[in-house]
Design a protein around this ligand. Sequence first.
Ligand code: AHN
Ligand code: ZN
Length: 335
Amino acid sequence: MNIRTILTAAAALLLAGSLIACNGQKDNAAGETDITTDTATAVQFSADSAMAYVRAQCAFGPRVPNTEAHRRCGDYIAAKFRSFGLDVTEQRATFTGWDGKRLDGRNIIAAYRPEEKERVIICAHWDSRPWADADPDSARHREPVMAANDGASGVAVMLETARKLAELKPAVGVDFICFDAEDYGAPYWGTAPEDGSDWCLGSQYWSAHPHKAGYTARYGILLDMVGGRDARFCHEGFSLQYAQDIVAKVWSAAETAGAADYFLNASGGYAVDDHKPMNEVAGIPTIDIIPYVPSAPSSFGATWHTTADTPDNIEPATLRAVGQTILQVLADETK
Ligand code: AHN
Ligand code: ZN
């Protein structure tokens, strides 16, 4: 074997290696397109455990900013992440609501392997909406939302994922960001700014002032309402606009994780959500895993911004589909 043959063989090996490592579509020897997937991780997301984290958050009451339930639940979330060995940083700032109210804002950031430079963000909002303004009973529109799905579900999936990291041992660092005051957007009786800036106050703040100087990450995945009984996840508009390759990566991981029934390869609508400032202000490509249920009264699902958004209406199988997908995404990430 001469030097040229050795080099050619080495190049062929490298090429084969990169094809195997690469998730998605590739051409087989006959030139046909195969769907290839990474191997499924053996680490199992526990839906029971995630469900317990949903109930624990809701047991404090609605986590509306400036309330005791909000303060106590924030302490609970920070303590839980710490108990799994993560490094917790809190960002406290005063936000101003659409109604001029001063809100004691609190973003909670939990870092797995903070020393690692290569990082992935998993995020969700943890606050409850003060007004159930989409409730079928208009007499209840000024009651707060329990936010089992629209708040607690995303945090629950993050907590259970964090608990499993010691076993998963991903090749990258992970930051779990719990954003405050996502759901303070003006109800129909208020005056809303045109640009949607009354929503997502915590993520707007973090995107303009990241918790560490010079902070960056490979990409982010936002979890919003990931526990609904009727949830199906489609490709959200801003996610495709800013991070199409991450959408492909996550939907492919969902297939590997056995969650293809929940992650449909179809376009959904646009959601003004925490990923918008992350893309537009922080410049981190971030997607939103958010339900798209065209048949429900709201495309976000039957309980959206209603008094029925309670733990009894959370489906553990939905939490598992999303959680197992997140574990798979992190397992697939290489150094
Ligand atoms: C709007 O459609 C304005 N916001 C969707 C984002 C949201 C609200 N997520 C949870 N609650
Ligand atoms: Zn909401």
